[in-house]
Design a binder for this molecule. Structure first.
Ligand code: SAH
Length: 217
């Protein structure tokens, strides 16, 4: 683990915002202790990087609150050999956490500049198991399907059908579902070709998932 200038703040973030609030998965906790969250945002915001809220990353998008990243990642129940699809690369922070826990991460972002920034920092941190594509993530990434797990980090009006189809049986889909201004964080476990088990982790607020199977622009 790198002992950078924010090491202490990062450990404090994990202790007070992640562990104390009930995140139990040791691998998720370790990943959050390790990944230097501040490097994924503009350095003017570094003093706030480990605080308990989302932050702007440009183009009206945000990096998710640390607790939400931990909660969503834990819900994916990732194993070392898993292939995971992420929709909404954003800052790339969640992507890095996934890369610590799975074998291969496929991440899709619709905004080219946002994707390029994420690629730059992920390369700098030497993540070799991340592929990023600039396209509409609501269509999934059929070339590499099926996936063991899928995470959507933007708010959807309903499950985008291609994502359900590209999920393995027993695979998990974590996605905020609801209206434009508030959603529920849903966890779907695919039980067969047409069915899922479902769990609601509670209220949340994400930016809109914009695409063919999401919101219109
Ligand atoms: N996990 C990211 C969250 C970024 S915000 C982080 O913590 O930094 C959500 C991102 O989803 C935005 O960057 C937005 O551009 C992207 N997005 C919205 N609709 C999308 C779509 N259809 N396909 C891919 N990315 C999309």
């Amino acid at each position: 683990m790198t002992i950078d200038e924010f090491y202490g703040k990062r450990q404090q973030m994990v202790d007070t915002q992640i562990v104390k609030r009930g995140i139990k998965d040791k691998r998720v906790i370790e990943a959050m202790r390790k990944v230097p969250r501040h490097l994924f945002i503009d350095n003017a915001l570094w003093p706030q990087a480990y605080e308990d809220h989302p932050l702007p990353i440009g183009e009206k998008q945000t990096i998710s609150q640390p607790y939400i990243v931990a909660l969503m990642t834990e819900a994916l129940e990732l194993e070392e050999n898993d292939k995971v699809l992420e929709i909404g690369t954003g800052s790339g922070y969640q992507t890095a956490i996934l890369a610590e826990l799975a074998e291969q991460v496929y991440s899709i972002e619709r905004l080219p500049n946002i994707a390029k920034n994420a690629r730059k920092i992920l390369d700098k941190l030497n993540y070799k198991n991340v592929m990023i594509s600039i396209r509409d993530g609501t269509e999934g990434w059929s070339e590499f399907a099926p996936f063991d797990a899928i995470i959507v980090t933007a708010a959807a009006p309903h499950i985008p059908r291609p994502l359900f189809e590209q999920l393995k049986i027993k695979g998990r889909l974590v996605i905020p579902i609801g209206g434009e201004f508030s959603q529920d964080l849903m966890v779907y476990t695919k039980t067969d070709k047409e069915a899922t088990d479902v769990e609601n982790l509670g209220g949340c607020r994400f930016v809109k998932l914009i695409g063919a199977h999401g919101w219109k622009e």
